[in-house]
Design a protein around this ligand. Sequence first.
Ligand code: AMP
Length: 402
Amino acid sequence: MNILVINAGSSSLKYQLFNMKDESVCAKGRVERIGMETAILIHEPAGKAEVHEVSEILEHTTAIRKVLEKLVHPVEGVLASIKEIDAVGHRVVHGGESFKSSVLVDANVKQEIKRLFDLAPLHNPAHMLGIMAVDANMPGVPQAVVFDTAFHQTMPAPAYLYPVPMALYRKHKVRRYGFHGTSHKYVSERAATFLGRPLEELKLVTCHIGNGASCAAVQGGQSVDTSMGMTPLEGLMMGTRSGDLDPAIVPYVMGKEDLTLGEVSSMLNKHSGLQAISGISSDMREIVEALESGDKNAQLAFNMYEYRLRKYIGAYAAAMNGVDAIVFTAGVGENSELLRKTICEGLTFLGVEFDEAANRTGRGLDRRISKVGSRVEVLVIPTNEEWMIARDTYALVIGNRA
Ligand code: AMP
């Protein structure tokens, strides 16, 4: 069975085609600048040369059509016919309280995703365009949706409610939802396999540290708390996002700088975090390079980033009354030796014994970077959200056929 995984954004679309029999990726790629005459399709068929093609792609239906044409192309393709795609799985950022797990798409599901547009105005409408584009190009092919929020729906009320008037929750669903759930779930399962222990017995702190960053307290395989909130702005310091701050700063800064609410929101989402403090970049690679050559602002940005993450790890150990393993994943978590080292060296009180040599080896593999016998294990596990989406889609389609 072949499953096409799609992550549709407003002007871009990423795809991966999985062969579920051997769990391999047959092809992957992306379309960028949808809506423009100079849109670009980058197609990477397994074992063949990468293809770059610039053409007019004004909307998502055309983008999907071009992707499908590439997948069955006599030279650049990997399939003989579109009919070989058995199902399509979509990443959807916000499932609100309606979706606690992945589901097959039907009219009701589409309706519900539309109802949630308010909660994720930048993301959910784009995902919907992806779903409609598949409808148009591949009528009758089953589609599933996998939500970033679903894994965190197990959080208990003390973790997901904000201490504000309850009417805001009742009327407008103001609460913590959390994001990156597919990744937190994936690395939790992999961590249990790696440790050779049942997930049900484990207390994990999973750190998805990429351009966006969040950590989660995962107890017995269930998310019991996570750092992102009603939106992906809360929690850790990120590339361009501030993470936690005193909400009173918003009206104060609006008054002092004569800014609109939209301008302050844009400042906190797009012009804060590593970028704002370093004045150099939102990219951790560039921050590390700069601090190594003595840049003080880069050093401060790194220190703040590390400090805030370490505080969350400590908080989640308290939330679960213990922690068996800390897991690092995503771009920074998988690649930044310095960040992992600095965090681990500040967690000796928890029982972390850091293995300096292990931290420097094994890139791309699931691995342990704590010493054997460390009371708290520290793991690096490369995330694979696309595979999780393919896996959930497969299970739903097979279940539906049974
Ligand atoms: P993601 O959002 O998971 O794709 O992560 C992207 C981020 O990972 C980039 O913005 C970089 O900050 C970070 N990153 C990637 N490679 C490295 C590296 N070798 N060292 C530090 N950070 C890295």
